[in-house]
Design a protein around this ligand. Structure first.
Ligand code: SF4
Length: 634
C-alpha cells in the first residue's frame, strides 16, 4: 500500500534469525498503523500468560502510514509489549526522528523476540540488519549511551537507548531517544533490558511512496500554512505543555504531597515562564514539526549542573507538586537524572513521593533508606531516584517495582496512598474535583495515563476545552465549583476523547496540533486518503480507534484472571479523603459516585456490568473472530 514502507522486520535474538515479511494490506486497512499494529500483533502473537520478562515477550516498534511524510508533526513512533509495570497491555510512544528513519530504511514495524546471549544492540541500515555487541555501552546512562553511539556510528543514525534502569529491569524504565524524547510509560525500557538489548540504531536512505505525490505535497504544504495561522501557533509553542502549570494549580487540580492535596504555593517558581527564564537554551522539535514544544536547556543546582530537555508539564507537576521541589532548576535536575538513569519521570517522581510519605508515617525506616527524606528536598528526591533507578539495596529493589507492588509489600495502609490504576502511576492531574478526568484515568487502557483522554476542560466551570484557550483565554482565575455533569455526559466526553487521541497514534502523528492548536481532524483523513490512495473519513478512523480500544481491553481480560471493574478503581485516597485545602477544599468523589461513572461508561461502550466487552460489542466493532477461543472459554 502507498504511504507505508511495506515490510515488517522480525528479529529473534535467541536464534539470531532475521526475517523481512511483507506488511499485510489487510492489516493496514483494518488497523491503520502505530498503536493499531501494536495491539493486533500483541494479541495475536504473544503466547497467553507470558511473563513480561520472559524471552517470549514481544518488543514491538511500529510507525503509522503518515509517519515520515511531509506534513506537520509526522514523527511519532510507538512501542508495545506486555507491561512489567502492570502485567497488562502496554504501549508508549515518543516523538523525535526514529520512526521516519525506520520507514526510510524500509520497515513499518519491527518485532523483537527472544533474548540476546550477551549485551547487544540492534543495527539497522537499510537492508543491512545486525545484532552487535554492546559491552562498551552497557552500564552507561541513556543520554551518555546515545552520544557515544552517535560518535561511533555517525550523526545520521537515529538511536533508541535504555539506561541502567532498563538493564536492571526497573518496572518503569523507559526508552530514550534524541537526547530527551522518551517513550516513558509502562516499562518498555525494562522489556528491552530483559532481552539484553541496550539500543536500536537505524539509518534509512530510501523513500516512501505516496499515491498522489503532487497532491500529497500540496496538501502537506497547505497543512503547514493552516497550522501556522491557528491562534495558538504563537501562543502555545514558547512554553509548550509547561504553559498550563499555573492554570492547573489555580483550579485546584495540581497534585501536591503525593496527591494529598491539589494546590501549591510556589507554582510561579516552576511554571512555563520559569522554564524560559531559567533553563531554556533553544526550542527543540520532532520530525517535521512546526511547533517545537521541547525546551533544551541547562540547570544548575546544589547537587550539580546538567544539560537536558524539558521539563514539560507532567514532570513539573509530579516533581514540583507531588514531591514539592521548590524551583524549576531542581525539577529540571530531577528530570535529567531520570533521563540518564532511563526511568519514566512520572513513575519515578510518584514513587519517590510515595516513599517520602511512607517514611513520614513510619512505614519505611531511615536505616532502609540510608537517610531521612522529606518533601521539598532535592537531595531526598535524588537519593530515592538513584536507589530505585539502580535497584540499590532492598528498598531500591522494592521501589523499582512501582507503588502498587511496593505498597502490597509495605502494607499498613500504604495501599491507600499508592497513587496508580492497574499498577501504572498517576500522571499530573488531581481529579477529586474533576469526575470526567477521574473516569478517564480509571478506564485508560494502560493504567493511569492522561494521554488516553484529556477532559479537564469539561470538569471546570466555564473553562475552554483546549490548552491554548486555557493559556490565553482568561480562564486562569476561574475558581471553581465543580461543573454539573451527569455520569452519562462524563462517559460520553471520556469515550469521545479516548477515540480521538488514539486515532493520531494509529496515523503516526503528534496529536498536539489538534489538541493545542485546533488543527481540524478532517485534515488528517484527507492527508491519509491522498497518501495511501484509500478513501477514508475521520469517522472511519474513529471506528478503528474504537476497535483498538476494545482489543486492548480484551488483552487485559485474557492475561489477567478476574479482570474487571475491580481493576478500574483509583486508590482509596481519592474516594476516602476530601481535598484538605486550596481552591477545591472539601471536594471529593465517593466510591458510589465512582461506580455510577463506571456504570455509565460501561453501558455507553457496550460492556457488561463488570466492564467486559460483550459478544455483541465485539461483533459490532469487528473483533469477534479474533476472540472466539476466549469467548468460547467463557
Ligand atoms: S508538538 Fe511537541 S511533541 Fe508534538 S511533534 Fe511537535 S515538538 Fe514533538
Amino acid at each position: 500500500m502507498f504511504g507505508y514502507a511495506g515490510k515488517i522486520l522480525r528479529i529473534n535474538l535467541t536464534t539470531r534469525e532475521i526475517v523481512k515479511d511483507i506488511l499485510p494490506e489487510k492489516m493496514c486497512v483494518e488497523f491503520i498503523g502505530g498503536r493499531g499494529f501494536v495491539a493486533k500483533t500483541l494479541y495475536e502473537e504473544l503466547p497467553p500468560g507470558t511473563h513480561p520478562f520472559d524471552e517470549n515477550n514481544l518488543f514491538i516498534i511500529a510507525t503509522g502510514p503518515l509517519s515520515g511524510h511531509f506534513l506537520p508533526a509526522s514523527g511519532k513512533t510507538h512501542f508495545g509489549s506486555k507491561s512489567p509495570a502492570t502485567g497488562g497491555y502496554a504501549d508508549s510512544n515518543m516523538g523525535g526522528h526514529f520512526g521516519p528513519a525506520l520507514k526510510y530504511a524500509g520497515y513499518d514495524m519491527v518485532v523483537i523476540t527472544g533474548k540476546a546471549e550477551t549485551p547487544s544492540f540492534v543495527f539497522i541500515e537499510d537492508d543491512k540488519i545486525d545484532i552487535r555487541p554492546a559491552a562498551a555501552y552497557w552500564g552507561k546512562g541513556a543520554l551518555t549511551c546515545e552520544a557515544m553511539m552517535k560518535k561511533d556510528l555517525g550523526e545520521d543514525f537515529q538511536i533508541l537507548t535504555i539506561g541502567p534502569a532498563g538493564e536492571k529491569k526497573v518496572n518503569f524504565a523507559c526508552i530514550s531517544h534524541d537526547f530527551g524524547r522518551q517513550a516513558g510509560r509502562t516499562g518498555m525500557g525494562a522489556v528491552l533490558g530483559s532481552k539484553n538489548i541496550k539500543a536500536v540504531a537505524v539509518k534509512g536512505t530510501g523513500s516512501i511512496l505516496a499515491a498522489d505525490v503532487k497532491k500529497a505535497f500540496a496538501l502537506g504544504k497547505e497543512a503547514f500554512r493552516k497550522v501556522s495561522e491557528k491562534p495558538g501557533f504563537k501562543g502555545w509553542t514558547p512554553e509548550g505543555t509547561a504553559g498550563i502549570t499555573d492554570w492547573i494549580n489555580e483550579v485546584g487540580a495540581f497534585p501536591a504531597r503525593n496527591f494529598k492535596t491539589s494546590h501549591i504555593g510556589h507554582s510561579s517558581m516552576i511554571n512555563g515562564k520559569k522554564v524560559l527564564e531559567r533553563l531554556k537554551i533553544t526550542d527543540k522539535g520532532c520530525y517535521c514539526c512546526p511547533t517545537p514544544c521541547g525546551k533544551y536547556g541547562h540547570t544548575q543546582t546544589i547537587l550539580g549542573s546538567a544539560f537536558m530537555e524539558g521539563p514539560e508539564f507532567e514532570t513539573i507537576s509530579l516533581f514540583g507538586g507531588s514531591c514539592l521541589l521548590k524551583t524549576i532548576e531542581e525539577v529540571a535536575y530531577a528530570n535529567y537524572l531520570c533521563d540518564e538513569l532511563g526511568i519514566d519521570t512520572i513513575s519515578g517522581a510518584s514513587t519517590a513521593a510515595f516513599a517520602i510519605e511512607c517514611f513520614e508515617k513510619g512505614l519505611i525506616a531511615e536505616k532502609d533508606i540510608g537517610r531521612p527524606v522529606e518533601f521539598g528536598d532535592l537531595e531526598s528526591v535524588v537519593h530515592l531516584l538513584n536507589l530505585m533507578g539502580q535497584r540499590e539495596n532492598s528498598l531500591g529493589d522494592l521501589l523499582s517495582q512501582g507503588v502498587k507492588i511496593a505498597s502490597e509489600k509495605i502494607k499498613n495502609g500504604s495501599e491507600k496512598f499508592a497513587i496508580h490504576v492497574k499498577g501504572l502511576e498517576w500522571t499530573g492531574y488531581e481529579c477529586r474535583n474533576a469526575p470526567s478526568m477521574m473516569l478517564a484515568y480509571m478506564t485508560a487502557d494502560v493504567g493511569a495515563h492522561h494521554n488516553r483522554a484529556w477532559v479537564m476542560g469539561h470538569d471546570v466551570v466555564g473553562a475552554a476545552t483546549n490548552v491554548h484557550d486555557l493559556i490565553t483565554g482568561g480562564t486562569h482565575n476561574e475558581k471553581r465549583p465543580r461543573a454539573v455533569i451527569s455520569p452519562e455526559d462524563s462517559a460520553q466526553y471520556v469515550i469521545e476523547s479516548q477515540h480521538i487521541r488514539p486515532a493520531f497514534d494509529l496515523l503516526g502523528c503528534c496529536r498536539l496540533q489538534l489538541m493545542e492548536l485546533g488543527f481540524e481532524v478532517e485534515n488528517y483523513a484527507e492527508l491519509y486518503s491522498v497518501i495511501t490512495g484509500e478513501k477514508i473519513t475521520w469517522e472511519d478512523l474513529i471506528r478503528v480507534s474504537e476497535k483498538v480500544w476494545n482489543l486492548t481491553r480484551m488483552f487485559w481480560v485474557r492475561e489477567m484472571k478476574n479482570f474487571g471493574r475491580n481493576m478500574d478503581y483509583p486508590p482509596p485516597r481519592f474516594y476516602e479523603e476530601l481535598i484538605p485545602g486550596g481552591p477545591c477544599k472539601g471536594y471529593g468523589i465517593s466510591l458510589d459516585d465512582m461506580d455510577r461513572l463506571l456504570d455509565a461508561y460501561y453501558a455507553a461502550r457496550g460492556w457488561d456490568n463488570n466492564g467486559l466487552p460483550t459478544r455483541e460489542t465485539l461483533e459490532r466493532v469487528g473483533l469477534a473472530h479474533m476472540m472466539e477461543p476466549l469467548l468460547k472459554g467463557n
